[in-house]
Design a protein around this ligand. Structure first.
Ligand SMILES: Cc1cc2nc3c(=O)[nH]c(=O)nc-3n(C[C@H](O)[C@H](O)[C@H](O)COP(=O)(O)O)c2cc1C
Length: 375
């Protein structure tokens, strides 16, 4: 019987499905709901020390629908990190650990480019009992003027330095969450691991403009007639997320063996999760999927992942983690492999035309002689 239970960076998870930072982890009530439904861990909505600087607008979502008009395939948001006071979060983290002592609670944190701020937020979250951290270096909108989020995550030198500060202050494991809004995802990933991150998460949302309304001529989401580019998530981003996870996992395997990777971006079922694990993820996160299907979607996700494992006779997640990474190569190598296969097929076809002496007929005489002269 296969098992989904796994231990990652010392965290014991009943399954690899983690609530990704965002609305599904926005307060104690919903975090509790996630644990009750059986999620492997919860990453809370990103917190910062001074929530008064975080001012959200409404509407802040825009959805791209499939042609049937029913299914959401892409989701843009211009939502900021949590605007709830840090003091309340400290109390809720404490209560959460009292109510769900076995539930793995991960604080997502984001701060300005100041060592004292990062040290303070780490220490206060640890005092409130969280089990681990995710450092949000990746929110694509809203906070560049404070050099937070993706503005920080696009600068490998700063990432290495900030991870070093956190490494010095934290006693718990911490994952650095990468922005996809960069040409080479390996650069910030490598810098974070060099700085001391226990692992990485990828990806956050992709900078986007979801749509323009053809009646009002206004781009969406329309806030007082204007908008600003936001972050794109859901099913439509999955191929990009898979590519980045593959690149990071390959880098981890070659340069930082043993460091962990949490994959996310458009995961909606167990087969999606299997693909992220095959490309090197230790765990998988779901954010928009929970907003589309509700917390209870974790059960069919677990069942589908278990069926995949049973079909291939995998007993544990480790049995197939990273297994498909071996099937990536360069385009030049694909050309070489294809030419070799075609040549081998031709030779096999040619050798099949050689018949035993007793089978020769006068009609095929020339063909058989030629085949034999090729050896
Ligand atoms: C409405 C919304 C709010 C989000 N807020 C946060 C956040 O506070 N911190 C964070 O690290 N990521 C945040 N994210 C990004 C998600 O955690 C995730 O990286 C991204 O949406 C891709 O995964 P998904 O397709 O499963 O949603 C948010 C995403 C959405 C859709």
């Amino acid at each position: 019987m296969p098992t989904l239970a796994t231990t990652v960076d010392g965290l014991n998870l009943p399954n690899p499905f983690i609530i990704g930072s965002g609305p599904p982890g926005t307060n104690l009530n919903v975090i509790g709901k996630a644990f009750k439904e059986g999620w492997g861990a919860v990453i809370a909505k990103t917190v910062s020390l001074d929530a008064s600087k975080v001012i959200n607008v409404s509407p802040r979502y825009a959805k791209l629908m499939a042609n049937d008009g029913q299914e959401v395939i892409g989701w843009e948001n211009i939502e900021l990190i949590s605007d709830r006071p840090f003091k309340i979060w400290e109390e809720e983290f404490k209560k959460c650990k009292d109510m769900y002592p076995k539930g793995v609670l991960i604080a997502s944190i984001m701060e300005e480019y100041r060592k004292d701020a990062w040290v303070e937020i780490v220490q206060r979250c640890e005092a409130a009992g969280v089990d681990a951290f995710e450092l949000n270096f990746s929110c694509p909108h809203g906070l560049p003027e404070r050099k937070m989020g993706a503005a920080m995550g696009q600068d490998p030198d700063i990432l290495e330095e900030v991870c070093g500060w956190v490494k010095g202050a934290a006693t718990k494991p911490f994952w650095a969450k990468m922005t996809p809004n960069i040409t080479h995802i390996e650069d910030p990933s490598r810098a974070s691991l060099r700085g001391g991150a226990t692992g990485l998460s990828a990806i956050n949302t992709i900078r986007s403009v979801c749509s323009v309304n053809l009646d009002s001529l206004r781009p969406e989401p329309n806030v007082e007639g204007y908008t600003t580019p936001g972050g794109y998530s859901s099913k439509a981003v999955r191929p990009i997320a898979l590519r980045m996870v593959m690149e990071i996992a390959t880098m981890i395997r070659n340069e930082f063996p043993g460091r962990s990777l949490s994959g996310l971006g458009g995961i909606e079922n167990g087969n999606d999760a299997a693909q992220f694990i095959l490309l090197g993820s230790d765990t998988v996160q779901v954010c928009t999927g929970v907003m589309k299907f509700g917390y209870e979607c974790v059960k069919p996700m677990c069942d589908e992942l278990l069926s995949f494992m049973a079909k291939h006779k995998f007993e544990t997640l480790a049995d197939f983690k990273g297994k498909s990474l071996d099937y990536f190569t360069t385009h030049a190598d694909l050309v070489k492999r294809q030419a070799e296969r075609k040549a081998a097929q031709k030779a096999a076809a040619a050798s099949k035309t050689v018949k035993s002496d007793g089978e020769w007929t006068g009609d095929e005489f020339v063909k058989q002689s030629d085949a034999l002269s090729r050896g």
